[in-house]
Design a binder for this molecule. Structure first.
Ligand code: HEM
Length: 205
């Protein structure tokens, strides 16, 4: 099944590479000390690379949102309230018990359903909640003069910073879990091949 059009594959590889650069340079900045000791990357270099990767990530994010608005891929992210919690529970039960007993996927991939309910939910949270908050707070830190000075007596810049590192942390955790769940296809490598070649390999093939 051809499920990953070229533009989403290009978006995905750039996104993954930029997020990795942002994690490494972000941690380097966070754990640097006043002597500018080099952790993974020296402070000045980390700032330069972090800003560069952030700008590429933002442009790429615009590609993701526009692509999903203008092409059929967007329909995979649409969700309905009907059986929402029930479906999440069924999928969670499969991940926590069923798959270890060799049960079949409760929501097999079809042309109409690329993502299982948990996958869809986490992709929506990552792409339409965490990423916008990460980007907006990042722009606030890049251009501090646009940030409100104080909110209820607390520095706006500190609140922006807390929001930014929290979203960065949550997206890093998302990525670890995402990579793990991507090993749960027909074979451990099937889904990775899918996002590179565009073709999903289902269990029957
Ligand atoms: C090295 C890091 C990464 C690897 C190896 C990886 C791997 C994969 C694989 C194998 C798929 C296809 C299976 C599927 O549709 O679920 C996929 C899809 C996807 N990944 Fe990743 N991923 C990485 C990083 C990320 C990051 C950082 C994000 C978001 C912040 C992300 C968001 C997505 C989304 C939204 C899809 C679905 C795209 C679509 O078909 O519409 N991935 N990823």
């Amino acid at each position: 099944m051809y499920l990953y059009p070229k533009w989403i594959r290009v978006w995905h590889v750039i996104n993954a590479a930029m997020i990795l650069i942002l994690i490494v340079t972000g941690l380097s900045m966070q754990y640097t000390d006043k002597d500018n000791a080099s952790y993974v990357v020296g402070f000045a270099k980390a700032v330069r690379w972090h800003n560069f990767a952030a700008i590429v990530l933002i442009l790429n994010y615009i590609l993701f949102v526009t692509g999903n608005l203008l092409t059929n891929n967007g329909r995979y992210y649409r969700t309905s309230r009907k059986d929402f919690l029930l479906n999440l529970r069924v999928q969670f039960k499969y991940y926590s018990k069923g798959m270890f007993k060799g049960e079949k996927h409760p929501f097999p991939v079809t042309e109409e359903r690329k993502f299982n309910p948990l996958q869809k939910f986490t992709y929506i949270l990552a792409m339409y909640v965490a990423m916008p908050l990460l980007i907006i707070s990042g722009i606030g830190l890049l251009l501090p003069e646009i940030v409100i000075t104080t909110i209820f007596g607390i520095s706006g810049l500190i609140l922006t910073d807390i929001l930014h590192i929290t979203m960065g942390f949550l997206l890093s955790i998302f990525m670890v879990i995402h990579i793990y769940t991507c090993t749960l296809g027909a074979k451990p490598t099937s889904l990775f091949r899918g996002i590179i070649t565009g073709y999903h390999i289902s269990e029957e093939e």
